[in-house]
Design a binder for this molecule. Structure first.
Ligand code: FEO
Length: 400
């Protein structure tokens, strides 16, 4: 049975939610599920913005059919060809033979690659700032390459001042009856998953996100309709301000993230002592065991906090496996502009500290604390002073 949501008098959400997906893109856990948003504009012409993932295809077609209410579908705008938004494209093209596919040249090439179908005869190719008049509504297409694939474009409905933003401003998490961000306690309940989505999906492409924000800033926008998560119709500045920080790799909060890898608890002990000393100096500290917490959560927290501490045992003469994976993820997502401190542990030949520093040195504008604490098996009495000194440095740096 259909389950649609009215967005405006002319716009209907025809997407669907998936709460059974274990790993989004095969990599990111989604304990609260994920929504695949598609929108139908009912004007003189009917326009569908994107489709959905294969898992929710059936509900999407029920929704679309209901929303069309017997009308034909005139246009499918493909803003993003990644299969979580295009899995229904070929079936849609079959079901609605008069539908034209509005996309750019890069998208058209990718459609052929993914579907092995030639849709040239049905494709309306658009370039930057091209427009489509659908009756009352005037749609303008703007390219947003690498937010988060090269073909991505967003659409601006100049009539209702709606930005269809593709992956930008999206979030992990299924929609639980509410479609608008102002219907929920967004900051309390959904900001973390929105940050985790940005950091892990789009985080690598800060410069490109900034370019999109600049394009958007030139437009009067009353609503943002992303391909995942909530629609924004109030307090747009709230999410745009977060995006401005994230795109510049600027921390949202002054505070210390301590990520540790510990086999027998001794490296963890050092991390805990440091967290206590940091808190005693009036500074916020958050801790993650990298063997337990998924890397995507820690990457997200690294986008949030200003100071990062990595504590790792030495393993096979290198960095402990889960810490190495985390450091790789952070560098792959372009983490920048952070102050970093390192604690290593090695019972006979500690190498993890130098190796962590070496990998993070490739990131832009990373300032390393001079204090490299090197533990031999367990924290010694003398090293309590070293942890105190590191806490001093972190607290002073944060409060300066
Ligand atoms: Fe939601 Fe880049 O796809």
């Amino acid at each position: 049975m259909h389950c649609v949501k009215k967005i405006t008098n002319d716009l209907i959400w025809v997407g669907a939610n998936d709460r059974r997906l274990a790993m989004f893109e095969g990599v990111y856990s989604v304990p609260n599920g994920v929504s695949y948003n598609a929108y139908l504009l009912c004007d003189k012409k009917t326009v569908l913005f994107d489709t959905v993932d294969n898992a929710v295809r059936q509900r999407f077609f029920e929704n679309l059919s209901y929303a069309l209410n017997g009308r034909k579908l005139d246009y499918l705008v493909v803003q993003h060809i990644e299969p979580d938004h295009s899995a229904a494209l070929a079936e849609l093209a079959d079901k609605y033979p008069e539908m034209r596919i509005v996309c750019n040249a890069k998208t058209a090439a990718l459609i052929r690659q993914f579907f092995n179908i030639d849709v040239s005869a049905r494709t309306l190719l658009v370039k930057e700032n091209d427009t489509l008049d659908t009756g009352k509504h005037k749609l303008r297409f703007m390219f947003a390459p690498m937010v988060h694939w090269p073909e991505v474009m967003v659409t601006y409905d100049a009539t209702d001042k709606i930005l269809f933003s593709a992956d930008a401003f999206g979030s992990f998490g299924a929609l639980n009856g509410a479609i608008f961000a102002d219907e929920v306690d967004f900051l309390k309940d959904y900001m973390d998953e929105t940050r985790r989505y940005y950091a892990n999906i789009v985080g690598k492409y800060g410069a490109q996100t900034k370019a999109l924000l600049q394009k958007a800033a030139a437009l009067p926008i009353s609503m943002i309709c992303p391909l995942h998560g909530f629609v924004w119709r109030k307090n747009l500045e709230q999410i745009i301000a977060k995006y401005a920080l994230w795109a510049e790799y600027q921390p949202e909060e002054k505070g210390v993230l301590i990520a540790y890898a510990s086999v027998y608890g001794n490296t963890e002990n050092a991390a805990e002592i440091l967290a206590c000393r940091v808190r005693e100096r009036g500074v916020k500290a958050v801790m993650f065991d990298v063997s337990v917490t998924p890397a995507s959560d820690i990457v997200s927290a690294a986008f949030r906090y200003s100071h990062l501490v990595f504590a790792s045992t030495t393993y096979n003469a290198g960095i402990f496996v889960s810490m190495e994976a985390l450091i790789h993820d952070l560098t792959a997502h372009n983490i920048q502009n952070r102050t970093v401190a390192v604690i290593e542990n090695g019972s006979w030949a500690a190498t993890s500290g130098a190796l962590i520093r070496e990998k993070l040195q490739k990131c832009k504008n990373i300032t390393f604390a001079e204090n490299l604490i090197s533990i031999k098996s367990s924290v010694s009495e003398a090293q309590l002073a070293e942890l105190d000194a590191l806490a001093d440095f972190l607290a002073k740096d944060i409060k300066k």
